[in-house]
Design a protein around this ligand. Sequence first.
Ligand SMILES: *[C@@H]1O[C@H](CO)[C@@H](O)[C@H](O)[C@H]1NC(C)=O
Ligand SMILES: *[C@@H]1O[C@H](CO)[C@@H](O)[C@H](O)[C@H]1NC(C)=O
Length: 385
Amino acid sequence: MALVHVPLWAVCMLRVALATVYFQEEFLDGEHWRNRWVQSTNDSKIGHFRLSSGKFYGHKEKDKGLQTTQNGRFYAISARFKPFSNKGKTLVIQYTVKHEQKMDCGGGYIKLFPADVDQKNLNGKSQYYIMFGPDICGFDIRKVHVILHFKNQYHSNKKSIRCKVDGFTHLYALILRPDLTYEVKIDGQSIESGGIEYDWNLTSLKKMEKTSAESKDWEQVEDGKSQDWEKHFLDASASKPSDWNSELDGDWQAPMLQKPPYQDGLKPEGIDKDIWLHQKMKNTNYLTEYDLSEFENIGAIGLELWQVRSGTIFDNFLITDDEEYAENFGKATWGETKGPEREMDAIQAKEEVKKAREEDEQDLLMGRFGGQENIFQRFHKRDEL
Ligand SMILES: *[C@@H]1O[C@H](CO)[C@@H](O)[C@H](O)[C@H]1NC(C)=O
Ligand SMILES: *[C@@H]1O[C@H](CO)[C@@H](O)[C@H](O)[C@H]1NC(C)=O
């Protein structure tokens, strides 16, 4: 057999095309998920999950996911992966959620935790980086949360994003990009997008920081005390004199100029105050602190939520740096089973209608042939309502 020689460039190209998948969970290996997911024991009343594809599904095995099983409970479960930072990279968080119980009040969101999260003690106070996904309570709360942890505070998105409220499986995806833009997709459709800085309540925070930076440093500059601005700088407009002899005179350098004094809100060389501040903040760690959607040590994903009526199924978790990979994964999972799921639901609904009609007919027959008593009871019941 001949050895196939793969040129190095081909290997490199292949590498470029590879997505980094930090976490992927489809629950395709039966009860082994229990080795990967840790149930919190912080409270003995924390609800239990089971593996189930529910009452109706597109594929009995592929649609199996974590289902909440007890009404009126808190749930707290999480899974670890190799810790990573999304600094300078895209972050995609994606999963499917199905409220087949016709959700009245309860969470359907996920949380991304730092690697040092205490899984055994996971609870509502466990600090998280990101909370993402639908939350339903009555008619008032029907939204998709996108909460980012920044400077010891949780910040909600200002734009309200409506979630799906029906009983079918839906695909939720959050994309945070290194250019500080974001996108929320439901069922593969872009529902909301924009700039993180603007769509979160962070502009006021930034202004606050800016004001303090301004009052401290800009004054110094104005006073002419700042070292940086006192430096001489090269006269860029100067050109090498025609009679310059490099061999005799050495390498030519533009003459140094003294900066003119500060005037009217402009920096000596005409830099706008805002631009100066921006650069100033970039150089100090102000801006790293403004990297609102960068998290150093992402290491666990969890379901930490409350449900009044249980039955929600979570499945097809994915955390990756590649939007295209996420899209394809969504198509290969939810995309394949959503159609058959609706078909099964339609068949079941038809059967239920048929059954109800048969029961009604049965009741009528009983009424007719079993004497007046039954009919009387029916009326009686109705009165009670
Ligand atoms: C639950 O977690 C909190 C905070 O992590 C901790 O203080 C408390 O002792 C835990 N309770 C139990 C029963 O482990
Ligand atoms: C936004 O921030 C301001 C100032 O910090 C605060 O007063 C306001 O309640 C916040 N709004 C929201 C929607 O969080």
